[in-house]
Design a protein around this ligand. Structure first.
Ligand code: AHR
Length: 664
């Protein structure tokens, strides 16, 4: 963000001059925004990130494995693979199960080559093709064993869609037992849509499993690491927490497909693959090759939290499958293993390296605890069935781990019957934090920008755990990440922030989407195989998060509007000694607003305004135009005591005013 505008952003009591500029405006019409600088209140709402493996967010996205169906465990075991039979070659490729790698990974590929000729083997198509960058290295690895005594040569090559070669390498499988083999491919040029050919160059038979092609260039250059451009977006938000793994994915269509964290840790070949629930959720957006390899599992999740300074917030299944699907229930007298999973997760995250689950964490490379303090019980559940199950979890967890704050569910929408049933029950149970979800129109969000001003205090805190403005309607494939939606979210967020004593946490949802593979839109960050861009909605989240401050300040907008177009929140930043004011101008007009910093003792002479704006409500960012809507910074000179600010049409403005308050 650079200082760009030469515009004087502020003026002083020479408001008359402003009025002359804003033709037709009279003093009485200028709204006043009063911030009580000497009345610091709650710690501001924590803005975090909601991650779910939807829209190819993990496999095919943040988890940069290039091979689709690397373990041949898809129900159609050769999905993603195609035979290659070059000149003078013959052979057969079959999927076998006898004497597999391990019981969690029961299928493998057997390639029998009668005549090696110019090459016999298979080609993998990747996720919408495979992205290769010129000059970058990729590790090919495979678990393999020879069948006969003779060693088997493998050739691996990355090729463009037209067959041109990007890279080639090879290895020899020499042992009769399962063993890992690896070689490196260096790409001669860039292609987002390449594929990998795996050719067996010797006659005989070879068994192959866990076929992997992994970029060296990962976040922090970790083996099995994450896609760096995507993690960077997250890190640059400085999210207070990271909710994981969802979302409905926690619940599963039925209980056999629920997310089970214990199946996502340890060596990769031990992580039991399951179908992704978004594979066939929407008939209009089928994703038949969408599965969960869990290469990005709970260990990688905790590591990511640590890397980006976000508090972990895992969400666990509470014995209920998705109530939009089967709603399958675990009988109450059979809930203990689910509660035990929660206890074990706490030990995996926080227990000493000598404890049974802490030692699993240590064996993966992290002897120190991850310091988890939040845990969600169920995702978007409702009804007495949920309360019964939450109560049982809470009883055990509160007794054993009072240090952990529990997140409970208020159902899929605000204010409906499910919500009205859940809230009083959760109050009675003295729940810590209640997770509210809302996907609705821009108008709904504007109207609800004041809902928490009227909220009942003194009970559980609110976690606005999933929200996003829908330009058409929920689950419509035509929803857009446009400025209209982002601006309404900003207005709504001023209401969250003003009421930080109630709304403790908030996260937009969903997070990632592949431009060729999404099921749900809108989403915060979009990608293809090599590029990614942040939406205007992302920049709204980022501005609130980066300019959170340390204590909320009371703010009042005194305006004569019958239906408001001006929204504001304010905070004090103890480190910077600045007042932060966030203003949303949801009108098409430039607005002059009088700012009254009540209780401020002395203003410094310079301040900053960070502006996110577009005159076009339908404007969006894209892969080709990623910066159409991005924050711009303006410096301004302060001339106290009376300040007028100039808000651009359709804008979110964050003002940072160096100030010396009387009290804090
Ligand atoms: O964010 C997409 C989905 O919306 C989530 O999985 C679910 O919790 C909600 O219904």
């Amino acid at each position: 963000m650079k200082t760009q505008s030469p515009l004087a952003f502020w003026t002083r009591s020479t408001i008359g001059a402003w009025l002359a500029l804003a033709a037709g405006t009279v003093l009485a019409e200028i709204p006043t925004l009063t911030v009580q600088v000497s009345q610091p209140g709650a710690v501001p709402t924590q803005y975090g990130v909601f991650f779910e493996d939807i829209n190819y967010g993990a496999d095919g996205g943040l988890y940069p494995e290039r091979i689709k169906n690397r373990s041949f465990e898809f129900p159609e075991p050769l999905l993603g693979w195609k035979p290659i039979v070059l000149k003078d070659a013959s052979g057969e490729a079959t999927v076998e199960t006898s004497d597999p790698l391990n019981s969690h990974n029961p299928h493998y590929l057997r390639v029998k080559v009668a005549k090696a000729g110019h090459g016999y083997g298979l080609s993998n198509e990747g996720f919408f093709g495979m992205g290769f960058q010129q000059g970058q290295e990729y590790e090919f690895s495979v678990m393999a064993r020879c069948h006969d005594a003779s060693p088997m040569k493998l050739v691996v090559e990355a090729v463009r869609p037209n067959g041109d070669r990007l890279a080639i390498s090879g290895l020899t499988v020499s042992a009769p037992g399962w063993k890992r083999y690896a070689c490196t491919l260096r790409s001669a040029s860039t292609d987002p849509k390449a594929r990998l050919n795996l050719l067996v160059a010797s006659p005989g038979a070879v068994d192959l499993d866990m076929v992997s092609l992994f970029p060296h260039n990962t976040w922090k250059n970790r083996p099995n690491g994450l896609r760096p451009d995507l993690v960077k977006w997250l890190a640059e938000m400085k999210p207070a927490f990271l909710r994981f793994p969802g979302g409905c994915i926690v619940e599963g269509r039925d209980l056999s497909k629920r997310y089970q964290w214990k199946n996502t840790i340890g060596s990769l070949d031990q992580r039991r693959l399951i179908i992704n629930r978004w594979n066939d959720e929407f008939k209009h957006r089928p994703a038949p090759d969408y599965f969960q390899s869990f290469g990005l599992g709970f260990y990688e999740y905790f590591q990511l939290c640590e890397d980006i300074g976000a508090a972990p917030l895992p969400i666990l299944n509470c014995g209920m499958a998705c109530q939009f699907n089967t709603g399958e229930l675990v009988p109450l007298n059979e809930l203990d293993p689910f509660i035990q999973d929660a206890l074990d997760l706490i030990e995996f995250a926080n227990g000493p390296a000598s404890s049974p689950w802490g030692s699993r964490r240590a064996a993966m490379g992290h002897p120190a605890p991850f310091n988890m303090r939040l845990l969600g019980i169920g995702n978007e559940q409702w009804g007495p069935q949920y309360i019964d199950r939450y109560e049982r979890f809470a009883k055990v967890l509160k007794a054993r781990h009072p240090e952990i704050q529990l997140v409970s569910s208020a159902g899929p929408r605000l204010d409906d019957d499910l919500y009205q049933f859940l809230w009083p029950k959760l109050r009675e149970l003295k729940a810590d934090i209640v997770d509210e979800h809302i996907y609705a129109s821009p108008d709904y969000f504007y109207k609800n920008a004041f809902r928490y001003d009227r909220y009942q205090r003194g009970g559980p805190k609110v976690f606005m755990g999933e929200y996003a403005v829908q330009s058409v309607k929920v689950a419509s494939p035509d929803n857009r990440n446009n400025w209209e939606c982002a601006l309404a979210e900003a207005a709504f967020m001023t209401g969250l922030e003003r009421n930080s004593d109630v709304v403790a946490m908030a996260s937009y949802a969903p997070l990632f989407a592949h431009v060729e593979g999404w099921q749900w839109t809108p989403d915060l960050i979009w990608m293809d195989n090599l590029r990614s861009f942040a939406t205007p909605n992302y920049y709204v989240q980022q501005l609130f998060s980066l300019h959170r401050g340390t204590r909320v300040l009371p703010v009042k907008v005194n305006s004569e509007e019958t239906s408001p177009t001006l929204y504001a929140s304010a905070a004090w930043d103890d480190m910077a000694r600045e007042v932060i004011v966030k203003c949303v101008n949801a009108s098409p007009n430039l607005r002059v607003v009088r700012l009254d910093l009540a209780g401020a003792r002395k203003l410094a002479s310079e301040g900053r305004a960070i502006v996110l704006a577009s005159g076009n409500l339908k404007a969006e960012n894209s892969l080709d135009q990623p910066t159409r809507i991005v924050p711009r910074e303006k410096a301004f000179t302060l001339r106290p005591p009376e300040l007028a600010i100039n808000l651009e049409p359709y804008s979110l403005t964050v003002l940072r005013v160096p100030v010396r308050p009387r009290q804090p």
